[in-house]
Ligand binder design. Sequence first.
Ligand SMILES: NC(=O)C1=CN([C@@H]2O[C@H](COP(=O)(O)OP(=O)(O)OC[C@H]3O[C@@H](n4cnc5c(N)ncnc54)[C@H](OP(=O)(O)O)[C@@H]3O)[C@@H](O)[C@H]2O)C=CC1
Ligand SMILES: O=C(O)C1=N[C@H](C(=O)O)C[C@H](O)C1
Length: 266
Amino acid sequence: MSDAGDPAGDLRIAVTGAGGRMGREVIEAAADREAVAVAVAVNRTEIDPVAGVAVNDADDLDELLASEAPDVLVDFTGPDSAVAYAEACADAGVPLVTGTTGFSDAQVDSLRAASDAVPVLKASNFARGVAALRRAVREAAAALPGYDVELTETHHNAKRDAPSGTAKSILDDVEDARDDLDERVHGREGDAPRSPGEVGVHARRAGDVTGEHEVLLAGNRETLELTHRAGDRGVFAEGALDAAAWLADRDPGWYGFGDVLDAGEK
Ligand SMILES: NC(=O)C1=CN([C@@H]2O[C@H](COP(=O)(O)OP(=O)(O)OC[C@H]3O[C@@H](n4cnc5c(N)ncnc54)[C@H](OP(=O)(O)O)[C@@H]3O)[C@@H](O)[C@H]2O)C=CC1
Ligand SMILES: O=C(O)C1=N[C@H](C(=O)O)C[C@H](O)C1
């Protein structure tokens, strides 16, 4: 399907949401990468080829997974479709990498159910810098007991879910590191004094900002700010392809991007 060809030995990926911001980025990153070929690309609505790759109707995904047998499917779509695609992967025996965010707890349970049949890797952020930010935040939160913590994320004006998936992952990290913090307060208005157990969460949507996450830790006479800024979506696409290459040969189970980084593999 890809003009780049499909030589034996290549990692053959399927891409859902091929017409989306991230789907396009993944296809373009695959075209730039040796030994990765796009075997299947689908989109919900009809679109022109992306980077020379023909894009099929997402309704035909089951058939395409059966006929093309890709090594792994890379999904950046929306929560409902990601769950449906996970079920398709489980039926077809195709490992799944999903970077989609905004899932409900029940939807995460559905993804986990698929991981009984195939390897499933879910990550709210495929930037290596965000993985480092999360480690730094865990360490700082544990090292600064009693300090107030506030998280601010900024994204482009077309982002649907708020707060971002990355913000929620960071908040989980903070709460793991600090037992005394257990109340997420989303913005403040009116008479809203801060209580000790809260973590403030602020979601900004503006222009074409790719994605920024800032964690502020403040005591009475000092502040610490830890910030990650994504320069472009290529950083996420590269991480997702690294994850796809790592996941293709794994046993069924539930994985995160940290597993890829811990293994030290590209
Ligand atoms: N983990 C990470 O590192 C990153 C995660 N993301 C996440 O990836 C997801 C996609 O982001 P982005 O590419 O910016 O979004 P876009 O809106 O640009 O693209 C979404 C794509 O998914 C498709 N889609 C959406 N809903 C459905 C549905 N119900 N059924 C079938 N197809 C659907 C759209 O199809 P159509 O063209 O028909 O609308 C489109 O192709 C978001 O959840 C975002 O938060 C984003 C960046 C990095
Ligand atoms: O929708 C986006 O754009 C992004 N979504 C992810 C998230 O929700 O955390 C990751 C990144 O920040 C970009």
